[in-house]
Design a protein around this ligand. Structure first.
Ligand SMILES: Nc1ncnc2c1ncn2[C@@H]1O[C@H](COP(=O)(O)OP(=O)(O)OP(=O)(O)O)[C@@H](O)[C@H]1O
Length: 254
């Protein structure tokens, strides 16, 4: 059974079908791409998968459990985590606090211990900090732990977003254009990092990306959307040579 199963997923905004009858599956520890021209419905699909929108039709199932209708919080707790196209950090908090807050959403807060500042509270705090710094180190951000998020260069803010998403210990990570606005060197570094975290954490990743070289280099399979419909699905080589996909992209640029 697939880890995530999407069946006949549809989202209508008035008369516009932003996502229409989409079927897709994600297996354990797979790195899968989601591409398509501007306005194809990629972000809407992410919003459906993470509970931001309720589907007009269809189902999203995680390891056999239906997720439709659950709040974003419950879906995150079930193991689905994401980054946003527009960076959404706590800009006036430190890099470390940004990660600790994300971790806090998964820890069963021991209210009693935290209220009375019992030893268990300090132990948990110390463990979380250690874990946060280990995660930050993977992204070369541990040295910036005390910087305010708003003072990081753009590429580092994007990396911090991924750290925050990983801090919730997801089963599946949705990355919405993680390389947007990055220069070629930053993009190449990020490509290697995405591959690394998928293997190191053994998680499933669905990646929306406009940078074709990034998608083609790291993913095992790719889904292609156009006008809300899936028009192709296959390996990077199959997608590269797919006539329908080439037409969709050329049409978009014409
Ligand atoms: N909340 C909304 N209300 C109405 N229409 C919407 C809404 N969100 C998205 N749309 C429309 O749905 C379609 C799909 O948009 P979406 O942002 O999902 O595409 P996308 O593939 O992520 O595009 P891009 O690559 O430009 O980010 C577009 O026509 C968009 O205008």
């Amino acid at each position: 059974m697939a880890l995530l199963e999407v069946k006949n997923l549809t989202k209508n905004f008035g008369g516009l079908t932003a996502v229409g009858d989409v079927n897709l599956e994600l297996g354990e520890s797979e790195l899968v791409g989601l591409i398509g021209p501007n306005g194809a419905g990629k972000t809407t699909l992410f919003n459906l998968l993470t509970g931001v929108y309720e589907p007009s039709e269809g189902t999203v199932t995680l390891a056999g459990d239906i997720l439709n209708g659950l709040s974003t919080y419950k879906i995150a707790a079930a193991g689905l985590s994401r980054t946003f196209q527009n960076i959404r950090l706590f800009k006036n908090l430190t890099v470390l606090d940004n990660v600790l807050i994300a971790m806090g959403t998964r820890k069963k807060s021991r209210l009693f211990a935290s209220f009375f500042r019992l030893p268990a509270y300090y132990k948990q705090e110390a463990e979380m900090k250690k874990e946060a710094l280990e995660l930050l180190a993977i992204f070369d951000l541990d040295v910036k732990q005390a910087s305010l998020a708003k003072n990081l260069p753009y590429g580092e803010q994007r990396r911090l977003e991924i750290v925050r998403a990983l801090a919730t210990k997801p089963k599946i990570l949705f990355l919405d254009e993680p390389a947007a606005g990055m220069n070629p060197q930053e993009t190449a570094e990020l490509t290697a990092l995405i591959k690394q975290i998928q293997q190191q954490f053994n998680i499933t990743i669905l990646l929306i990306e406009h940078d074709m070289s990034l998608v083609m280099n790291v993913t095992e399979r790719i889904y292609v959307l156009e006008y809300g419909r899936l028009i192709a699905h296959g390996t990077p080589d199959e997608i590269k040579n797919n006539k329908r996909v080439i037409e969709a992209y050329l049409g978009g640029e014409a």
